[in-house]
Design a protein around this ligand. Sequence first.
Ligand code: PRP
Ligand code: HPA
Length: 179
Amino acid sequence: MNNDIEKILYTQEQVSNRISELATTISTKYQDEFPVVVPVMTGAMIFASELMQKLDFKLNIDYVDVSSYEDNSQSSGRVRLLRDLSHDVNGRSVLIVEDIIDSGHTLQFLNNLFASRGAKSIETCSLLDKPARREVDVDADYVGFKVPNEFIVGYGLDYDGRYRNMPYVGVLKRSVYEN
Ligand SMILES: O=P(O)(O)OC[C@H]1O[C@H](OP(=O)(O)OP(=O)(O)O)[C@H](O)[C@@H]1O
Ligand code: HPA
């Protein structure tokens, strides 16, 4: 285990098994929908690539890149769209794929954006949910795991651009970000 990690919350095997369960649930729901699936870069890329391979229905893959964490561990509440969709979502079902819902600002911003463009339905699948930190009233429709109010890294989640490629979900030691 990486020295900066306090503890492992979910191993690679546990995460992969949960992703399979999520994919089965979502596949039942989306058989006739032909949705646009929208991973939110950069954090969701590792989870989304595994999830999307297990989704068993017709879909388009797109992505957005947004940013709200300017000082690396605190949400600014101001979400910036760094890369927009290439698909028109007017009249389409949209499935947002996130790595984590924390304050909820990112998800609220994306829900509003896609609703304003006339999406037929908007749902979210997030690998992790940290409900203790919610600042706005949004929730994911499909959640892999609820996590405690700690700073989480691995499986796509970063601190200062690092740890995204760790093949497990872990808690970052406070000493790494509290100085
Ligand atoms: O619910 P919130 O408080 O908005 O936090 C969740 C968002 O924050 C992180 O993204 P970040 O902006 O750090 O970019 P990244 O995906 O490139 O790490 C994470 O990947 C989510 O998209
Ligand atoms: O706990 C977290 N870890 C990494 N990125 C995040 N973005 C929001 N919350 C987190």
